[in-house]
Design a protein around this ligand. Sequence first.
Ligand code: TYM
Length: 378
Amino acid sequence: MSYLRATRVASRVRFLSTKQSTSSIQEIDKYNDLPPNSRVFSMIQPTGRIHLGNYLGAVKSWRTLSNTNPDSEFIFGIADLHAFTTLKPATELKENRYQAIASLLASGLDVSKCVLYFQSAVPEHLELNWYLTCMTSMGQLNRMTQWKLKAQQSQTSSITDEKVMESTKAGLFCYPALQNADILLYRSTHVPVGDDQSQHLELCRNIAKLFNNTYGVDYFPLPKTLLTPAKKILSLKNPEKKMSKSDPVQASCVYVTDSPEQIQSKIKKATTDSIQGAWNYDPVSRPGISNLINIISGLTNESIDNTVANLHHLKDHKSLKDYVADLIVNEFDDKRQLYDELLQNKDYLEQVCKQGRDKAREMALVNIGEIKTIIGMD
Ligand code: TYM
């Protein structure tokens, strides 16, 4: 395949708007300032119901972005192939997949404004994964911090360490290459995620650049990371760590589907401090309080400064916690009820996913065909 031919292929294909500002990481402050014709892509793992961190770090912004930018395209997926890096009984994985799709719909995603589908239903993810795995070095993968967290290794550990190598599955280690394939398969321009995905997205841009340079094309836009202001919600019990479904401490994590009593009890037990007087946002010396302020800011769409200024009427830690619990209960009340109804209606969930799969696959097939032409695999 000559470079000339590759360039012709690239110019034949529809060129997505890459009218991007110079920074590759953007905080979403105004949801409707996406350039027209953007293609926004993101995914979530089906590890069951979604939690407050997923909601404020990602899913709420998916909803708002897709509702406020009719001239852009939105593709959101359930990353079930990624979830396979942790083996589960088949019935549990299947139920988790339903729960994830029901959580997203209950969180307000409107399937007339976005494509919603299961990653495993579009096999082109796996095909592109192979091509991109072949372009990604072991060193790049080794520097990623997520696999170390998930494999319960220290952040300074390395795959070259014999013990680490023996205990880490290849799928978990190579997972970022699949994530790159997810994003690039749709030639995405923007990826709204929480802070913990920033490193993976940096790698994705590097691989996209490498592909474009290797084949002398301008095929993949360099996808921008879109971070919400509440980009990192921390564990309620240990605000040194992010809020996570895998945290064995139940009270560390609030789920969209928790009952008002569960939410109140978890917030009541949240770790804070014993400092009295005015509230201030200081993640280093007041991590627990700052986490609650960040949660309020995410739920009310107010800046951190405004949020702190608005808290002056709350005189003690108990009233602050009651206030946070009320906000979360209000935010999730209708979502919990809808979630329960949706889970009873699996035929509907399947219909939504089939419709999403057909739309996603249509785009994926066009792009993988072009990619194969560019690399000489057609
Ligand atoms: P996952 O399933 O762990 O998380 C889904 C989304 O939720 C965000 N998030 C958080 N945001 C703020 N605070 C938290 N405590 C918190 N916990 C999770 C994550 O940043 C993410 O945006 N590898 C990805 C899934 C994935 C993906 C992709 C994402 C697969 N392919 C392509 C974007 C593009 C993951 O495990 O997310």
